[in-house]
Design a protein around this ligand. Structure first.
Ligand code: CTP
Ligand code: MG
Length: 221
């Protein structure tokens, strides 16, 4: 399934400190392909335009991965929100929908993006994949003492791709605020954010344990 009005933003500008392999995480290879290439390939079927926010200094290297004219590379920022905002600037208001998808979630299947997009086509303005949480989550203070134990059944772990009407995401980023995901900025506008069922394969590659998972997934350990 594809839609003639869909752009995808791939924030790929992070340094990957928690992974700690000395190169930007998006450029780490799993079985001969970088996480960034995998993320782009897995989502390209739903997009007419893909905008990658690259780590500063790696723009030219990344451009060489993608020869197709539908892939554009911009320079990312210090914060993830800045990287998304930089990419959003090159997306014309003629596009109707935009999906924001972490390079670090390189194994998210195309089908997940299709389900997000399908909700947008049906009229939702903000759609995010969500998984039920397994652990009990607690809120703690700066000293590490528990303040609260939210009801686990109401909690969700949120993934990407996150889908938005283009005008909604532009409005959300116009505030210049920062958040760890785009849906948080959209929610601040008072716009309803719909969750759909997420996908274990959309796991964010964050630590060496996640990288081991990825290498086992593709049969290379
Ligand atoms: N990202 C980005 N620009 C930033 C920070 C993050 O585009 N300034 C991107 C990352 O490249 C990644 C996604 O946002 O694809 C999710 O971020 P995260 O998993 O935290 O990646 P890093 O910031 O690279 O990792 P770390 O926090 O461990 O340094
Ligand atoms: Mg980070």
């Amino acid at each position: 399934m594809s839609h003639a009005n869909t752009a995808v933003i791939i924030p790929a500008a992070g340094s990957g400190e928690r992974l700690g392999v000395g190169i930007p995480k998006a450029l780490v290879e799993v079985s001969g392909q970088t996480l960034l290439e995998r993320a782009v390939r897995n989502i390209s079927a739903v997009a007419q335009l893909i905008v990658i926010a690259a780590p500063p200094g790696f723009e030219e290297q990344i451009k060489k991965f993608f020869t197709e004219p539908s892939v554009v590379v911009v320079t990312g920022g210090k914060l993830r929100s800045e990287s998304v905002a930089n990419a959003l600037k090159v997306i014309s208001p003629d596009y109707q929908f935009v999906l924001v998808h972490d390079a670090a979630r390189a194994f998210a299947p195309t089908e997940l993006a299709e389900r997000v997009l399908s909700e947008l086509i049906q009229g939702q303005r903000a759609v995010i994949p969500a998984l039920e949480v397994i652990d009990t989550i607690k809120v703690v203070n700066a000293e590490g003492f528990v303040i609260d134990t939210p009801d686990r059944s109401a909690l969700r772990a949120i993934q990407t791709p996150q889908g938005f009407a283009v005008d909604v995401l532009k409005q959300a980023h116009a505030t210049g605020s920062d958040a760890t995901d785009d849906a948080a900025l959209v929610a601040q506008l008072g716009i309803p954010v719909k969750t759909i069922i997420g996908e274990p394969l959309a796991r964010k590659i964050t630590t060496l344990a996640d990288l081991t998972w990825a290498r086992e997934l593709v049969g290379q350990s």
